[in-house]
Design a protein around this ligand. Structure first.
Ligand SMILES: [Zn+2]
Length: 432
């Protein structure tokens, strides 16, 4: 790896950007919705995207494999059989989402492999492009389904308890319908072990405004925030007449949740002032349309809570705050909170040697890059949690993500692909 010769040759090999442009167009065309694209996890749109990736890999003569959970692996052999570089991301999307979230990572990997094939170049290490299943938790209320299954880390019970939003299909049924071997998934038979992967790289569009606001095309992720989530929280009070019920006896769910949200906001502010990384979001809140009315005190309110941080300790600290604030409000307002099922993901650090390798490749490509934390969850967190040396390259995105207006400039994509090409041709020494 310290042999400088691959570096000298690397500038000659351009990634195949035309291939990526063609496939972005085909994906958009074949998975379009009323607005944007819809590629449901283990559903028709994701199936189309996987078929396209597989078809292109076969045309390039790459090795193709599919695991028990239907993740797809497209491999170009290297000069050694040693652990491989894996470039991966997901091909599902949120409903009516953008065309680049997830797909950019897979197509960037394919553009690198296609460039190498065209140049007849054998990379130092094998390179596998991985199309990962079911990353978008808009469909199944579990995180990182495909990447965990690849390592045999999907809990068997999740297959039956996790159901898809909208159609109620269980994860077990969805994997089986897609042609997967669900019994092997349940038994924890993964595609590989963490040691089989030398480096995992996930290129992804940024899902916030930071790169665009700083006029930077590329970012290198330092860490990925973990989360603490309650998707189906309920506050129960009592319905009552709005004109006849005195303040003292009201059990008003709207006021209780309003107070909870305001108190959580204060807790967030306090923790942030102590220098702690945190985001707190109540994204959904609703009275019961069957029972609530203009002239009634609300007896029930449903809401969601999404808390994220770089630090597990901060997430734990916030969970304790949440419990204590809720208990005080329950007591003061004679209501009860039921936060429902709790899901969580662990914060993940990107590997310093991978970060340094990406920066070196960016320097060689004369591409400015910004070091930044990543607020959105990604499959890279699964790899990092298993101690696979992991890195993420973010691409500037003008209009936010999880919406049809999400935008990626193909020149930024091309810059990212060049960085990736250089990294693959001259991988850094990575102490484990
Ligand atoms: Zn994504």
């Amino acid at each position: 790896m310290n042999d400088p010769s691959p570096v000298l040759g690397s500038t000659d090999i351009p990634p195949d950007i035309a291939l990526a442009e063609r496939l972005f167009d085909e994906l958009r065309h074949r998975t379009s919705d009323i607005r944007g694209v819809t590629r449901m996890s283990y559903g028709p749109g994701e199936e189309i995207a996987h078929a396209i990736a597989r078809r292109e890999a076969e045309a390039l003569g790459l090795g193709t494999e599919i695991d028990a959970a239907c993740n797809l692996y497209l491999t170009l052999p290297g000069q050694t059989d040693a652990p491989r570089i894996v470039i991966g991301s997901h091909l599902d999307s949120v409903p009516k989402g953008g065309n680049f979230d997830g797909a950019a990572g897979v197509l960037m990997g394919l553009s690198v492999l296609s460039g190498l094939v065209a140049a007849g170049r054998v990379p130092p290490w094998p390179i596998t492009v991985m199309a990962i299943r079911a990353e978008e938790s808009a469909w199944f209320s579990a995180s990182y389904i495909g990447s965990r299954a690849a390592f045999g880390r999907l809990a068997a019970q999740e297959l039956d308890t996790v159901v898809r939003a909208g159609d109620g299909v269980t994860l077990r049924q969805a994997i089986a319908l897609a042609g997967g071997h669900v019994d092997d998934v349940a038994l924890g038979c993964g595609h590989w072990a963490p040691d089989d992967v030398a480096v995992f790289l996930e290129p992804h569009i940024e899902q916030g405004p930071v790169l665009a606001s700083k006029d930077m095309p590329l970012g290198i992720v330092t860490n990925i925030r973990g989360s603490l989530r309650f998707r189906r929280a309920v506050c129960r009070g009592a319905y009552a007449h709005s004109g006849t019920t005195p303040r003292e006896v009201r059990r008003d769910a709207v006021l209780a949740v309003s107070e909870l949200v305001a108190e959580l906001d204060q807790a967030w502010r306090r923790l942030q002032e102590q220098g702690k990384d945190l985001t707190v979001t109540v994204g959904e809140i609703a009275t019961d349309p069957e029972e609530a009315s203009f002239s009634k005190v609300a007896g029930l309110l449903r809401f969601s809570l999404d808390v994220r941080s770089n630090s597990l300790a901060t997430l734990d600290e916030f969970a304790i705050e949440l419990k204590s604030i809720a208990a005080t409000i329950e007591n003061d307002r004679n209501v009860s909170f039921d936060f429902g099922p709790r899901t969580s993901t662990t914060p993940a650090r990107m590997h310093p040697a991978v970060i340094a390798g990406l920066r070196q490749s960016a320097d060689e490509a004369r591409q400015p890059v910004l070091d930044m934390p990543c607020g959105a969850g990604h499959d890279a967190a699964t790899f990092a949690a298993l101690d696979v040396p992991t890195g993420m390259l973010l691409l500037r995105n003008e209009n936010g993500s999880h919406n049809p207006d999400e935008h990626m400039d193909i020149n930024d994509f091309s810059a990212g692909a060049e960085v990736l090409m250089r990294f693959c041709l001259s991988p850094p020494d990575i102490p484990k």
